[in-house]
Design a protein around this ligand. Sequence first.
Ligand code: SF4
Length: 327
Amino acid sequence: MENVLVKVEDLKLYYPVAGKRIGTKEYVKAVDGVSFEIMEGEVFGIVGESGCGKSTLGRAVCKLEKPTAGKIVLDGEDISGYNDKQMRSVRKKVQMIFQDPYASLNPRMSVFDIIAEPLVIHKLTKTKEETEARVLDLLRKVGLDDYHANRYPHEFSGGQRQRIGIARALAVEPKLIIADEPVSALDVSIQAQVLNLLNQLKNEFNLTYIFVAHDLSVVEHISDRVGVMYLGNFVEVGDKKSLYANPLHPYTKALLSAVPVPDPTAKKDRVILEGNIPSALNPPTGCKFHTRCPNCMECCKTEAPKRYQVSENHYVYCHLYDDKIKS
Ligand code: SF4
């Protein structure tokens, strides 16, 4: 893990909505100035409650959603201003795996055609025989059999459909895969199989993942580094071990305290958050978490916290880590 594969700077994605007065516009700030880097071969997990902007961020990085502002550099290429045509050449480098494998597969196409489609579009194979050999190889790589090629998506279980989605994503030999809640629609036992498959493929193909999920245990299982999102911003980003063993932000602490532990007798101090996640249309001033934070101070209501580095690879956005405020 040496080279930076993805560099995102101050990325914003706002959705315009009709304002309260006729002719005016307001904005849902789904992603509100996010910056991060991902190294080649790394798995970067993005976690948070639904509506925090994590899926939108994943889609914005590969420009399935058009960012409002900010910079995206992928494999040394600044793709921020690229239009759809220019993005076509980049699509080979970055692929997505979606939450609902059934909805993301065309029900009228056979599995063979689904996996062959990107090979044909990107002209990656020259003959029919080559395409066939490649499709069958991809099926085997994701744990399916040759005879599955002639079947249709409705003939498969959820886990198998997700495997088909993974095979299609792998077809173009991408460098980066953005997996948006890839296991949340699956049974727990199947989740583990798909996570293990993703891990195995990552090593085999030297892949880099952005792994978006709301389940902290799933993210812990697969990620090297984790970013916790709240209302369109990261509140904490850290090395997995450091973040799970020593959460710093009050929101991360609350999320982790709610994760069930296998031992029912183990004591855990549960942090209960008051209220619901506020609207991204009209987010709170200052620290966006202040309306629910058990540690809220006066300054939190007006001043957005800066980024504080607490160890080599662990950052938090919270006034509690400002030496001037602490003293
Ligand atoms: Fe809580 Fe203030 Fe830290 Fe925000 S900045 S998380 S309100 S203590």
